[in-house]
Design a protein around this ligand. Structure first.
Ligand code: ADP
Ligand code: ZN
Ligand code: MG
Length: 482
């Protein structure tokens, strides 16, 4: 097989999280009884008029600002005509030649960064052509011999983010999607849950012999249900197109579907069957304009993005790895920030959250937003360990108790009498008992084997039920065995 370079551009749709739909007052819901959130507007009844959702427009603009786009001071909505059961008006309100956002980018990779397949992923800027706002069509489901349409989804605000054909590998596409999703989630624009259809991705891909050649004929891939599927589909399509080209066949521009079970793409339609959407400005909607003041205000209130937060956490003493885990989920990041307000040692907080709290949550099948341990309580526990009022070992018993009861750390420490014994007199008592009970080890230590001291410390800890301050124990032991 000859060597080809892949050229990849992605078209991503994200449902915008709003209270109501894009052009009517129906609730923007997921999972409700089908066709219970509809009205004459989103059902396309004649004579109804759309009213744009200000919050959806604001979020579309924020999405653009977070990806470095230019924001149009003047834009408009257009009608995209097509006839299909998912679209009761027979046109979709979208944006054609004047989208809200153009000319942005997302940066992926970097030194030491690994891509999805484990190979190094060098830094790369991936251009964003445009972000426009439109309405989601209804959701169609196909059954044996019948189809169903759920118009609850009809009219839900949707942004489409179109990338430049800047990606060259499946790993780059995967990293772009991961970063885009993080940005949308941090910006509170979309929850981007692919399983709920809140984020959907189409892949455009073509091959060429050399990077100085013009682009080849692109194939559009649809029905990609996960980032993993995108990665697989790209690799498969690179192989398939290379076979075709090697065999001397020319590729037609076509739309293909992806079957994740068989790991193959299949033909859906060719360019000849492409729609003519007959776009024209929607006469029912006024153009949308922004003043400089409005744009400045959007810019002044942008949320912190994960990359910036990671840098902030690393500066605060976390490792790159820990900062990556904490910021991988927006809710976890918010939880960490909230708890960090009241701890002196953020690194210790990160350790406890990552190794202990996340384990409890995963065992209970909960996510961080459902944590029975509040950020304030988590901070209390970490401060108790950090300040030496309990040992880390005891802390590991306190945490599950907090998790099970929702009580604060100090309350449990007090209730169960778990506070570390730092009273020299009390510790001395345990030390004397340990010395008396282990004469052979005491002899070995005195004969010059320093390693047995650890054993004796362990015995003292056992006698104190883990509560003695370990530093004090070894100091007193060493003193007594001199
Ligand atoms: P269309 O007019 O078919 O919608 P566009 O030019 O709008 O095509 O591009 C749609 C998507 O396809 C964009 O993400 C773009 O980056 C990508 N794309 C365009 N040309 C190619 C190509 N030759 N190979 C791969 N991707 C491409
Ligand atoms: Zn409605
Ligand atoms: Mg296009």
């Amino acid at each position: 097989m000859s060597n080809y370079e892949a050229v990849i551009g992605l078209e991503v749709h994200c449902q915008v999280r709003t209270a109501s739909k894009m052009f009517c007052s129906c609730a923007n819901t997921f999972g409700a009884e089908p066709n219970t959130h509809t009205c004459p507007v989103c059902m396309g009844y004649p004579g109804t008029l759309p009213v744009p959702n200000k919050e959806a427009i604001r979020k579309a603009v924020i999405a653009g600002l977070l990806t470095g786009c230019e924001i149009a001071r003047f834009s408009k909505f257009d009608r995209k005509s097509y006839f299909y059961p998912d679209l009761p008006k027979n046109y979709q309100i979208s944006q054609y030649d004047m989208p809200f956002c153009t000319d942005g980018c997302i940066n992926v990779g970097g030194e030491g960064v690994k891509g999805f397949s484990g190979d190094e992923l060098p830094a790369k800027r991936i251009g964003i052509t445009r972000i426009h706002l439109e309405e989601d069509p209804a959701k169609l489901s196909h059954y044996q011999g019948a189809s169903g349409a759920d118009y609850n989804r009809a009219g839900v605000p949707l942004i489409e983010i179109v990338s430049e054909p800047d990606m060259r590998t499946a790993d780059e596409a995967y990293a772009y999607l991961t970063s885009l999703k993080e940005i949308m989630q941090y910006g509170n624009i979309s929850d981007c849950d692919m399983e709920k259809g809140q984020m959907r991705c189409d892949v455009n891909i073509s091959l060429r012999k050399s990077s100085s050649d013009p682009f080849g004929t692109k194939i559009e891939l649809k029905n990609l249900n996960s980032f993993r599927a995108v990665h697989r589909a790209i690799e498969y399509e690179m192989w398939r197109q290379a076979q075709e080209l090697d065999a001397g066949r020319t590729l037609r521009q076509e739309t293909r579907g992806w079957n994740d079970d068989s790991g193959e793409s299949y033909l859906m339609r060719t360019k000849e069957q492409a729609h003519d959407y007959r776009y024209f400005p929607d006469p029912d909607l006024l153009p949308v304009t922004f003043t400089e003041e409005e744009i400045s205000e959007f810019k002044a209130n942008l949320p912190e993005l994960p990359a910036a937060m990671r840098a902030r956490l690393v500066a605060g003493g976390l490792t790159e790895y820990d900062a990556g885990v904490v910021t991988a989920d927006r809710h976890l990041a918010a939880y960490f920030d909230e708890a960090a307000k009241s701890v002196k040692n953020p690194k210790l907080l990160a350790n406890w959250i990552i190794s202990e709290l996340l384990r409890e949550l995963s065992a209970a099948g909960m996510d961080i937003t459902e944590s029975p341990i509040t950020p304030a309580n988590m901070a209390e526990l970490v401060n108790a360990v950090d300040g030496g009022s309990i040992s880390g070992k005891i802390g590991k018993d306190v945490l599950p108790e907090m998790f099970a009861t929702g009580k604060g750390a100090n309350e449990i420490i007090k209730e169960k009498g778990l506070a570390q014994v730092s009273d020299a007199g009390a510790v001395e008592g345990f030390v004397d008992q340990a010395i008396a009970a282990n004469p052979a080890q005491v002899e070995q230590y005195k004969a010059g084997n320093p390693k047995v001291l650890q054993f004796l410390v362990g015995q003292v800890m056992k006698l104190s039920k883990g509560k003695a301050n370990p530093k004090l124990v070894s100091d007193i032991l060493a003193e007594k065995l001199k």
